[in-house]
Design a protein. Structure first.
Length: 116
């Protein structure tokens, strides 16, 4: 996610993430909020999305949210707490290095854009 994120965009992102995960069957999931400049999503919407089935169906699969700003870190923690029953391996971190460590990576991975 980058730039200004509205509630509609957040809900759309989540739906697209579920579809992509079903297609690609990843072993882990990273949501990078470092490029977000404005997050205009209500706490109700965060709670509602956290109550939805998780993006990855395997509850043990690692999920990492990278959120540098204190406000986004707090929002991500709220999502983590609300969804902890279905996402017990969800981690909220401040840096990419922390994410790579959780995923057991010795260096930053290379990502290519996913074509829809």
């Amino acid at each position: 996610m980058e730039g200004q994120v509205t509630e509609a965009e957040f809900v759309e992102y989540y739906g697209e993430a579920v579809e992509l995960a079903a297609q690609l069957q990843p072993r882990a999931w990273i949501t990078d909020l470092c490029g977000v400049t404005s997050f205009e999503v209500s706490s109700r919407a965060i709670s509602d999305q956290a109550g939805q089935p998780p993006v990855l169906s395997d509850p043990s699969a690692p999920r990492v949210v990278i959120a540098r700003s204190p406000s986004l870190f707090g929002v991500a923690r709220m999502f983590q707490l609300r969804g902890q029953q279905t996402r017990p391996n969800l981690h909220v971190v401040h840096t990419h290095a922390e994410a790579w460590e959780i995923l057991g990576l010795k260096q930053a991975p290379h990502f290519d854009p996913i074509k829809k």
